[in-house]
Design a protein around this ligand. Structure first.
Ligand code: ADP
Ligand code: MG
Length: 348
């Protein structure tokens, strides 16, 4: 290699660094929705309403009745690395109880869009409206608004055309949004969560704490009526409980998309969990058909590694085979109790 072929190493300017970092957190409208819904849940909301336009590419609005922010809090919230959720690394090591803690979502989202936050703290007597365009705060003013917070994100990626080009069709972007909101609704039956697309209601859960009624709101009557209760406390000490709902072997879809698994209350993707659920059906499923499942696995936090990358939800279990056995056993006994699988059904 000659000198000319060797690329010069150079420091990237701040703006480039920020745009790259922004892309890690905000990839598409569904990532905006995810971050905003997590913030609402972390704020103790009992009601979270999500509304998107044109799959979220034209606008995303998330409204909650959570604790809200004062004027000075909301001004801080959109700055870089500002959070009320941890104070330092010690808090991280002792385990965070909130969905967020990095303090980068609001900053990042408002850097790549036109964002308006309207917020009023519980019991506060005045609200605040804050507007940020492409990372610049353009207005802070008092505003009449109910307690809680509304974040409205318009013109996503208007200042990063390369990213805007990567957005897919309205239908695809909306699918991603729907999947995200559905997972939070299923994981939080005690919160009333609703989703609207282009002013039409897609679903709205009651928020009264019942998983059955949440499934009814999200997936409809046919699916809800075919669900079987899973409730299992494995004997092995590695897993505390496996619970939730799984569908009758004849209520299926052609993708694995409706097999939702949650570890310690958080939606996760884990091949081992999905495969264990499928194994429990013991050959009762038609080929290339997959059941619905909303399955919660609870186990000691120090026996599972969660990839905390903002966009990934992967987990690794220290005692994978114990988890596998517990999940398969839990689902199989639920189906057996309902007479839905034969006791002698072949494994796997
Ligand atoms: P993180 O969630 O990691 O703390 P964010 O950038 O998402 O970082 O939010 C920054 C801070 O803004 C939060 O720590 C919280 O104090 C405040 N905040 C954000 N959204 C809301 C909301 N919907 N209700 C109340 N406070 C909020
Ligand atoms: Mg957050």
């Amino acid at each position: 290699m000659t000198d000319e072929d060797t690329p010069a190493i150079r420091a990237l300017d701040d703006r480039t660094v920020r745009q790259i970092a922004a892309g890690e957190v905000v990839e598409r409208p569904a990532s905006v929705v995810k971050e905003l819904v997590e913030n609402s849940l972390d704020a103790g909301a009992s009601r979270v309403s999500v509304a998107v336009d044109t799959g979220g590419t034209e606008g995303v609005r998330v409204r909650d009745d959570g604790r809200g922010m004062t004027e000075s809090e909301v001004e801080l919230a959109v700055e870089e690395h500002t959070t009320s959720k941890i104070a330092g690394i010690d808090d991280l090591e002792s385990g965070v109880g909130t969905l967020g803690f990095r303090g980068e979502a609001l900053h990042t989202i408002s850097a790549v869009s036109r964002t308006t936050v309207r917020t009023k703290p519980r019991g506060g007597d005045s609200g605040t409206e804050l507007r940020v365009e492409g990372g610049e705060v353009t207005a802070v003013r008092p505003a009449g608004c109910p307690e809680g917070t509304v974040v409205e994100v318009e013109d996503l990626f208007y200042n990063t055309p390369a990213r805007r080009k990567f957005l897919k069709t309205t239908a695809t972007e909306f699918d991603h949004v729907n999947t995200v909101v559905t997972h939070y609704a299923l994981a939080n039956p005690d919160v009333a969560i609703s989703l609207e697309h282009d002013d039409r209601e897609v679903f709205a859960t009651e928020g009264r704490g019942s998983l059955e009624s949440t499934v009814l709101s999200v997936y409809g009557r046919e699916v809800a009526e075919s669900m079987v209760r899973v409730d299992h406390e494995p004997e092995s000490g590695a897993i505390d409980a496996v619970s939730g709902l799984v569908s009758h072997p004849e209520t299926t879809r052609s993708t694995r998309e409706y097999l939702s698994t949650f570890v310690n209350g958080r939606y996760v993707t884990a091949r081992v969990l999905r495969e264990s659920v499928l194994a429990a059906y013991g050959g009762q499923l038609a080929s290339d058909r997959y059941p619905f499942a909303v399955l919660f696995v609870d186990l000691p936090a120090d026996t599972v590694d969660v990839n905390v990358h903002p966009r990934k939800m992967e987990v690794r279990f220290h005692e994978e085979s114990a988890v596998e056995d517990a999940v398969e056993e839990a689902v199989r006994s639920a189906l057996l109790e309902d007479g839905l699988v034969r006791a002698s059904a072949p494994r796997g």
